[in-house]
Design a protein around this ligand. Sequence first.
Ligand SMILES: NC(=O)c1ccc[n+]([C@@H]2O[C@H](COP(=O)([O-])OP(=O)(O)OC[C@H]3O[C@@H](n4cnc5c(N)ncnc54)[C@H](OP(=O)(O)O)[C@@H]3O)[C@@H](O)[C@H]2O)c1
Length: 298
Amino acid sequence: MKLVVTGNEGQVVLSLMERAALHPSIELVALGRPQLNLVQPETVFAAITDAKPDLVISAAAYTAVDQAEDEAELASSINAAGAAAVAEAAASVNAPIIHLSTDYVFSGEGTKPYTEEDVTGPKSVYGQTKRDGELAVIQANQRHLILRTAWVYSPFGKNFVKTMLRLAETRDQLSVVADQWGNPTSALDIADAILHIAGRLQTDSSFDDFGIYHLVGTGSTNWSGFAEQIFRDSQAHNGPFADVKPILTADYPTKAKRPLNSRLSTDRFFDTFGWRAPEWQKSLEPVVNRILADNSRG
Ligand SMILES: NC(=O)c1ccc[n+]([C@@H]2O[C@H](COP(=O)([O-])OP(=O)(O)OC[C@H]3O[C@@H](n4cnc5c(N)ncnc54)[C@H](OP(=O)(O)O)[C@@H]3O)[C@@H](O)[C@H]2O)c1
């Protein structure tokens, strides 16, 4: 089975490359800039149709949440028009698409985990462009699986875990917001879930449960609790430690507004695919260990 993923060095792209190497029946090709540039739809079409994939994974996106407030046009051309181009190209070669989206499509009221049926209401430019992308993908390719994920970390690229470990090298205490709740998610688990879906599509030719799914780590916390767990794991591996001071979002203003509650329910994913990510603490520990080992190698 031939899979194409968009992007070169994104967290999900690199996690998929690593995990796909463990599946002999899967050939994975990453297509990114300059060959496939989401702001140039013609390159998207040419790159995907030339590759003739059986399944397209749309993982590339404009992900700078705060910067997007100042670059709405660019964010939209990548996250909405670019996503549409990927979905159209996939449809033109008769391939289904797995498109990654975000918890930031929700406004964040209440405390209950959001289900796929809940009404969206993005509070940020990034969230709005990702919601526009979802609708464009749905429109362009009937065989779509939209996976909304959240709070993604991995041994690769930029993420909260790496930032915390870096800051703790020079500081004893860090202030971290404690009133935004969500589900920390390892990109390696996202990769496993995608490969699980690929296996299902390969073996079940009558599969037609296309639609929107939530896919996040199991269990929830707030950013402050996430940071505390990072430092517990780090300390256990002789890495840097910092005390975490819980603060309110109001005390840490950012350009983009974020939902206070972005917990996502993964029941639909489990009911359809029989797969759930491990407890978030379980997935976190080996990634912290890997980042520490990578850092110590320089
Ligand atoms: N990170 C999170 O916390 C989070 C949370 C919820 C949802 N998501 C969603 O999950 C998906 C994967 O996120 P991630 O964390 O893996 O992202 P990431 O690490 O920030 O990587 C972004 C990827 O997009 C590619 N890209 C950006 N602009 C492009 C363009 N114009 N043309 C082609 N490729 C372009 C980058 O290319 P290069 O490799 O060339 O740099 C990179 O591969 C995204 O759809 C994101 O919206 C992420």
